[in-house]
Design a protein around this ligand. Structure first.
Ligand code: CA
Length: 366
């Protein structure tokens, strides 16, 4: 190398090094600002849920979440969990967090579709994405940004707070052999699935958990959905409705840990990061716990239970009427349309790959 070139090169290297040192210094200052650790001060938060105390999987999941926040923060993030109706009625947790009477809640997103119908898309769609796919859409496909933007109007900051995995189609007193058999049937089924069932001739009924079994036993309702074998078997439905149908209406329902937005913004970056990590852990644990416990509970169902799959004509019609419901809602609510467009973009992208990977493999494996 000629001397002149060497000098030229070294100058560049030196100036690049100088520049990096400068930018590193800036970055460090910026990091200091961003790290914003909690300096040992204990922050206490009140979190209300929509479940009874220590309710299996969902309730114990949120108990563990609070424990993990305490552990990881060295005791400085102290979240007290209030089961349903202790501090706040089960379905008022959204409003009380929104108006800052409490700091956070753990619940199901589909409960709030009356606030904005778009929320039902973030909660999971009949015949749509599975739990794992929903989380992928939210984290990488734009779903979370839209959800946060729409919740910000209620001064709320949502995080994914667990998911159920695929839910079963429900317990029926009589066998369903055709679309015709659904006509006039009274079924406990909420959300978009309930809306689809309504258009298939069912009379969808909303009942609190405590009243479902008695209503089914007395014939006030003919069928009910709940979750899956693990939680359903605790409700005793098998004794009064022996036909247990496979699922379609809740393939991947998402639960939420939602914070009051003003409160969230007052937390240190450290505490925000701990809450983010603990909700991620909770989501993954809950999905695995549901999978394992559903598999165990399925094995232990009474032999009188008959596992059935809904007839083809019913599922074909369900797909058609679901499209009608989505189109109608999109024309009424621009938020719904934006959320649905984002969801559909991911659905198409994912399906192409999933068909040649997971779906193909599961077919080979079976
Ligand atoms: Ca359900």
């Amino acid at each position: 190398m000629k001397r002149r070139d060497f000098i030229k090169k070294s100058t560049i290297v030196t100036s690049v090094a100088g520049l990096s040192a400068f930018s590193l210094g800036c970055r460090r200052a910026e990091d200091e600002k961003n790290i914003n650790v909690n300096r040992g001060k204990v922050v206490k938060l009140k979190l209300a849920t929509s479940w009874p105390a220590h309710f299996p999987i969902m309730g114990t999941g949120v108990d563990n979440f609070a424990d993990r926040c305490r552990e990881i923060s060295g005791g400085t993030l102290d979240i007290t969990v209030y089961p349903k109706n202790i501090l706040v009625p089960a379905l008022e947790v959204f409003d009380t967090t929104s108006n800052a009477q409490i700091d956070a809640f753990h619940s199901g997103i589909y409960y709030w579709k009356g606030k904005n119908s778009a929320f039902s898309i973030f909660g999971g769609m009949p015949l749509g994405l599975t739990s794992e796919e929903m989380i992928t859409w939210m984290k990488f496909g734009g779903g979370l940004e839209l959800w946060r933007e729409m919740y910000a109007k209620f001064n709320l900051y949502p995080l994914i707070g667990g998911t159920t995995g695929p839910q079963m189609g429900g317990w029926f007193k009589k066998e369903i052999n055709s679309l015709e058999d659904l006509k006039g049937l009274k079924m406990r089924i909420p959300g978009l699935g309930g809306e689809v069932m309504k258009r298939l001739g069912v009379n969808p009924i909303l009942l609190p958990a405590g009243e479902i079994y008695t209503s089914l036993e007395r014939g006030t309702i003919d069928a009910t959905e709940w979750v899956g074998p693990a939680l359903d078997s605790m409700m005793g439905f098998a004794k009064v409705a022996p036909y247990y149908y496979t699922g379609w209406h809740e393939p991947g329902s998402i639960l939420e840990i939602t914070m009051n937005l003003t409160k969230w913004n007052t937390l240190s970056k450290e505490h925000q990061a701990i809450i983010q990590c603990a909700t991620d852990e909770m989501t993954s644990n809950m999905l695995q716990e549901f999978r394992y416990k559903n598999a165990l509970a399925l094995q232990e169902l009474p032999s009188s239970v008959q596992i059935k799959t809904f007839p083809d004509d019913m599922m074909k019609k369900a797909k058609e009427v679901l499209q009608d419901v989505l189109e109608e809602e999109s024309s009424k609510n621009s938020d719904f349309k934006r959320a649905l467009d984002s969801y559909n973009n991911f659905y198409v992208l994912n399906k192409k790959y999933d068909d040649i990977s997971t779906k193909n493999f599961l077919e080979i494996r079976s």
